[in-house]
Design a protein around this ligand. Structure first.
Ligand code: AMP
Ligand code: ZN
Length: 469
């Protein structure tokens, strides 16, 4: 079955095809976090969308080679380190660690590599790439000592963001990493050292300085995945100037002017309660803020993946509540199937309509269509269990199907706190012993103590089952 995706470059739906010499392998580059703060749920919307994409492609038999960078030197990280009065490395280290912990909380697949911009190997790649661009007259060193990309030398500049170069005055320059389309101008590849950079800087043929944000991604992406990358993702805010600049740099520094990226995919932004997320609005959430409020990674993941990636996602607390309810229904259904199917030795294939889950995702990751198939399958099989119509072999078939579904949704393990803390383990063991002694009073007391710690214990024929309440 062909997978179709919307390519920002062509503004059209296209069938995803690996390159003819790559078998079923697709390379995927995803712009990673700028580690100057804890990633917020908007960032995680982008990462969850990329995770869904990777998982669905894998479910469809593709091998995905994914690289995600960490931006650990740029305007924002330098400003942050300066304000905190610590070195750049000391400043970014806790945010890197937090990012990986958060990624685990949200069940994100690990990338093959997480290159860091300050890695000397990567800095050397950036310097070499800038050197090539100067040699080919696509870049120049200006009076301020910094090196700029000459956008007038690349007629394709603007092809991704559909920027019109008309009205651009030659030689106009912009040094900051982020700017809007009105400020379209030659952008910085290498920023010459200034006092605010403090100890941050590397030697280069153009003097001491540091790379611009865009060249970081260009060098890390092509260095690890080759001159042409199949899929490159990010949020819509990355289209301009970041991805536009990446194209210019890579296509001008490459060997045969090969296209840098074949399919560009961008997710729309996340808003909170209908407004742009902003600290000043009091509606700014990191993942940790929500976990502290008692929501689980599983619930947050469900909300983040539940809206089509190209539609704006309105994140609400009500939506989290709805996720909790939907997941409880899923768990109840799963438990019923496990109980019924447990006694079966054979498996019957699920109804053909269930394949609709995957065909919906083939259609530019139509998650609403896919979830509709899941919930309709749950409704119908629950009805059949109620009527004693579903056989154990059919229950097992549905469970096998759900395993495939879950390889894409990653909603299991049921929550991110599957690992029970030691004190909970002790209480469960004590309760097991009490029940073996038929000491029901003690068993109930232990259940209450577990409840006060936030754990719900259920007695099934396979023993005690605990879950986060
Ligand atoms: P940054 O750390 O700012 O470089 O952003 C990391 C990723 O998060 C990029 O792909 C951004 O496009 C994406 N991103 C940032 N803010 C949002 C948002 N509110 N909604 C969705 N994606 C976002
Ligand atoms: Zn990037």
């Amino acid at each position: 079955m062909a997978v179709r995706i919307y390519n920002t470059l062509t503004r059209s739906l296209e069938t995803l095809e690996p390159r003819s010499d790559q078998g079923s392998t697709l390379s995927l580059y995803t712009c990673g976090p700028t580690v100057y703060a804890h990633a917020h749920i908007g960032n995680f919307r982008a990462y969850v969308f990329e995770d869904l994409l990777q998982r669905h492609l894998q479910a469809r038999g593709f091998t995905v080679r994914r690289v995600m960078n960490l931006t650990d030197v740029d305007d924002k990280t330098i400003r942050g380190a300066h304000a905190a009065g610590v070195s750049l490395g000391e400043f970014t280290a806790p945010f890197k660690k937090a990012f990986f912990e958060d990624a685990e909380t949200l069940c994100l697949l690990k990338a093959e590599a997480y290159p860091e911009a300050t890695d000397p190997v990567e800095i050397a790649r950036m310097i070499s790439m800038i050197g090539t661009l100067i040699e080919r007259d696509h870049a120049y060193q200006a009076e301020d000592g910094s090196v700029y990309f000459r956008i007038g030398s690349f007629p394709d500049y603007g092809k991704l963001a559909h920027v019109d170069l008309e009205g651009q005055r030659p030689g106009q320059r912009v040094a900051s990493d982020e700017y809007d389309k009105e400020a379209v101008a030659d952008f910085a590849l290498w920023k010459s050292w200034v006092a605010e950079d403090g100890a941050v800087g590397w030697e280069s043929p153009w003097g001491r300085g540091r790379p611009g944000w865009h060249i970081e991604c260009s060098a890390m992406a092509t260095g690890l995945l080759g001159e042409t990358i199949d899929i490159h993702c990010g949020g819509v805010d990355n289209i301009f100037p970041h991805h536009e600049a990446e194209i210019a740099q890579c296509e001008c520094a490459g060997q045969g002017h090969a296209p840098f990226v074949r399919y560009w995919m961008h997710c729309a932004h996340l808003k909170v309660e209908g407004s742009k997320m902003a600290k000043s609005q009091g509606n700014f959430f990191t993942l940790r803020d929500l976990i502290e409020k008692g929501w689980t990674g599983r619930e947050i993941r469900y909300v983040l993946l539940g809206v089509h990636y190209r539609a704006a996602l309105n994140f609400t607390i009500e939506g989290l509540g709805a996720a909790r309810t939907a997941l409880a229904r899923l768990d109840a259904w799963y438990e019923r199937l496990t109980e019924l199917g447990g006694s079966s030795t054979s498996l019957e294939a699920p109804p053909a309509v269930t394949e609709g889950f995957f065909t919906a995702l083939d259609d530019d990751l139509n998650i609403s269509g896919a979830l509709a198939v899941l919930f309709e399958t749950m409704r119908e099989s629950n009805r059949r269990i109620d009527q004693c119509e579903l056989t154990p072999a059919q229950a097992l078939g549905l469970l096998a199907w759900y395993e495939r579904v879950n390889s894409v949704l990653a909603l299991e393990p049921r929550d991110d706190s599957d690992e029970t803390p030691p004190e909970v383990d002790r209480l469960i063991a004590a309760r097991f012993a009490a029940r073996a002694e038929k000491d029901w009073k003690q068993s109930d007391e232990l259940r209450d103590r577990l409840a006060t710690l936030g754990w719900v214990v259920k007695d099934t024929k396979d023993g005690q089952r605990v879950s986060k309440g």
